[in-house]
Each structure stands twice: as structure tokens, then as C-alpha cells.
Design a protein around this ligand. Structure first.
Ligand code: UT7
Length: 325
């Protein structure tokens, strides 16, 4: 038995933050951002008091509508996020409340940009256990709430979005394999320093701007460029897939140059690669399901899809999906 994705829902906020607008905020320009990263614009959630659960609920609403599923039918909701509305309760429980999901248990997964892969693997095993029939795997991130819009090194990179998939049992389609790794060596290079239990919020942490994403881009790039490509290659190899067997490659959308390296390593033609970094930037854990949502119409039943991600921790992984509809 496999856990098949039987629907995708998504939500992106209306507000478009362009490279032109960013270049009025910090010393940057469209040419640098496009050539070094490949982002043209990103979406930003505006509105007092709106957090990740606002977008997550919208993605779930669309998913339930598209799959003609009643919220009471959902057994489990897993939410991948690094930007929950509050440290507690979980973003998953807030999304459940907003969408009428009353008969499920719900919890968050924190694995940064690999969050969707971790949540997908987790949800898949709940389906495989035979105990649960309808599992929602959601990813939602309001990255703009932790981005320092005075720091040109990080502010062009991230965007806000949410996307969710429904998992149901299938004998032929679904998550065929996944491989995920963690190496805590990544902490100094990519983190949000304060606001947790080690360094709770204080006047000093606010003054020192320690509540924003900190990234040493070059170091992260080096790890990402090899690890994401290698792990995708490993999943492809251990499932005896040849390049021509792969219908779609869906990489994490952090940097077009990292995507290019992975594409070269696994040797798939560019027309089979899903890319939307230009429109949405890096939406962290939402990146992969947002690609599925964006390209859903291009997928066909039985398509072999390889997902790959890399993010803070470090955490990275790859998954092999057989598309179910
Ligand atoms: O999703 C989670 C995992 N994250 C990633 O995978 C991100 C991995 N890292 C990257 O994608 C890239 O390292 C970045 C896009 C973050 C940065 O690109 P880079 O080519 O590594 O640039 P850099 O940080 O080495 O900076 C090169 C130059 C520097 O100037 P100098 O020192 O050479 O004079 C920076 O100050 O570019 C400058 N720079 C900028 N210039 C214009 C940095 N940011 C900007 C900017 N606009 N926004």
C-alpha cells in the first residue's frame, strides 16, 4: 500500500514585491537578483494579525473543495512550517479550527525548507499503517515575518505562500520512496538566533536584529548544491529509474544556480524541470507543494516525479512519487 496524493490546494497572497521595489529599499538591483538567484518577484502577506495559518487555511479550503472532501472526513493534519502564528498552539491546530477539521489530530513539523518532505514521509507512514485514510500534508510560511528588509543579503530571497496535498491509500500510486537526512553542522550558517528558549526575546535581541533570518549564503550554497543533487541521484538510482523514466523533476526553489546543478547531475532535460522561483522566490517548506500546485495540470496519471529539497539544519532529502490522477 502507498500513500497517493489525490489533490493539491494552494494559496499565494495578492501583494507582489518586485525587484524594482526592493531596489528602492536596499542597495540591490534586478540584474544582480536575476543573475545570482533567478527571482523576479515574490508574494507578501499584508494585513494586521494575519499569519501562516491564514494562508494555510486558504490552501486547505481549496484542497477540500477540489477533492470534494468534507473537513470532518480528515483523520490527520500535518503542517510543515518555520513561521507558525505563535510558538504554541501549533499552526496545524489553528488551521484545523479555521477549516472545520474536527475529527483529526493535528501537529506541526519543523524542518525548514525540507519540511514538506519530512511531513510527506510522516503522513505517508500514517496511511501505510492502515489506521488512517485521509491525511492532509500542509506547508505554510510567512517568511516576510522573519526577513530583515534592511539586509540585502537575505531580503530578495524569500516569499510567502501555502500549499497542501491530500494523501489517501492506493495500491499503485503515491510516495514510492523517500530519503531524508539531517546534519546539525548547518546551524551557524543558517538560523534565526533569538526568540526561542536559548535566547528569549529581549530588548537586546531586538536591538541586535536577531529575530530575522541569518544566512551565510556562500556556505549554504556549497552544501546545498552538492547534497540536493546527490540525494536526488541516490533516490533515482536505488529505484532503478533511468533519465527517460523521469517525467518531472521538482527541486526546492532557493536559487536557479542550485537547481541547474541538480538538473545536470541527474541528467533530465530542462523541459521536465518545474521552476517557479522567478514568480514566488524561496517559500521555504512550501516550495515543493507550491510547484505541484502550480504545475498540477501538466502532470498525468502514472508520471514519475522526483522531489528534492535542502534547508536549514541542515536537512535535505528527495522523494519519488508516482502521480495518481
Ligand atoms: O532555502 C534554504 C537554503 N538556502 C539556500 O540554498 C541559499 C544558498 N545560497 C545562495 O543561494 C546564494 O549564496 C545567495 C543567493 C544567498 C547569494 O549569492 P552569492 O553568489 O553566494 O553572493 P555572495 O553572498 O557571495 O555575495 C556576492 C557579492 C557580495 O559583494 P562583494 O563582497 O563581492 O563586493 C555581496 O555583498 O554580491 C553582493 N550582494 C548583493 N549585491 C546586490 C549580496 N546581496 C546582494 C544584493 N544585491 N541583493
Amino acid at each position: 500500500m502507498y500513500a497517493a496524493i489525490t489533490g493539491v490546494g494552494g494559496y499565494v497572497p495578492d501583494y507582489i514585491l518586485t525587484n524594482e521595489e526592493l531596489s528602492q529599499m536596499v542597495d540591490t538591483n534586478d540584474e544582480w537578483i536575476m543573475s545570482r538567484v533567478g527571482i523576479k518577484e515574490r508574494r507578501i502577506l499584508k494585513g494586521e494579525g494575519l499569519g501562516a495559518s491564514y494562508m494555510g487555511a486558504k490552501a486547505i479550503d481549496e484542497l477540500l473543495k477540489k477533492t470534494e472532501t468534507k473537513p470532518e472526513e480528515i483523520d490527520l493534519l500535518i503542517c510543515a512550517t518555520t513561521t507558525p502564528d505563535h510558538p504554541f498552539p501549533s499552526c496545524a491546530s489553528m488551521c484545523a479550527e479555521k477549516t472545520g477539521i474536527k475529527n483529526a489530530f493535528a501537529f506541526d513539523v519543523a524542518a525548514a525548507c525540507s519540511g514538506f518532505l519530512v511531513a510527506l514521509e510522516t503522513g505517508s507512514n500514517f496511511i501505510k499503517s492502515g489506521k488512517y485514510k485521509k491525511v492532509i500534508v500542509l506547508a505554510t510560511e510567512k517568511m516576510s515575518s522573519i526577513v530583515d528588509y534592511t539586509d540585502r543579503n537575505t531580503c530578495p530571497l524569500f516569499g510567502d505562500a501555502a500549499a497542501a496535498v491530500l494523501l489517501e491509500p492506493s495500491e499503485d500510486y503515491g510516495l514510492m520512496d523517500s530519503l531524508i537526512k539531517t546534519d546539525g553542522v548547518g546551524f551557524p550558517f543558517l538560523n534565526l538566533h533569538a526568540g526561542g528558549s536559548a535566547f528569549p526575546a529581549s530588548e537586546e535581541t531586538v536591538k541586535n536584529r536577531q529575530h530575522f533570518v541569518y544566512q551565510e549564503g556562500k556556505h549554504v550554497f556549497k552544501f546545498a548544491v552538492t547534497n540536493m543533487a546527490d540525494i536526488a541521484a541516490e533516490v533515482i538510482e536505488r529505484n532503478s529509474l533511468k533519465s527517460e523514466d523521469i517525467n518531472w523533476f521538482v527541486p526546492h526553489q532557493a536559487n536557479l544556480r542550485i537547481i541547474d546543478a541538480a538538473v545536470n547531475r541527474i541528467n533530465v532535460p530542462y523541459e521536465k524541470v518545474v521552476i517557479n522561483i522567478d514568480k514566488f522566490g524561496n517559500t521555504s517548506g512550501v516550495s515543493l507543494p507550491l510547484c505541484l500546485w502550480d504545475c498540477e495540470k501538466r502532470f498525468k496519471k502514472g508520471d514519475n516525479i522526483i522531489l528534492a529539497a535542502f534547508g536549514a539544519g541542515f536537512t535535505w532529502g528527495s522523494a519519488y512519487l508516482k502521480w495518481a490522477y
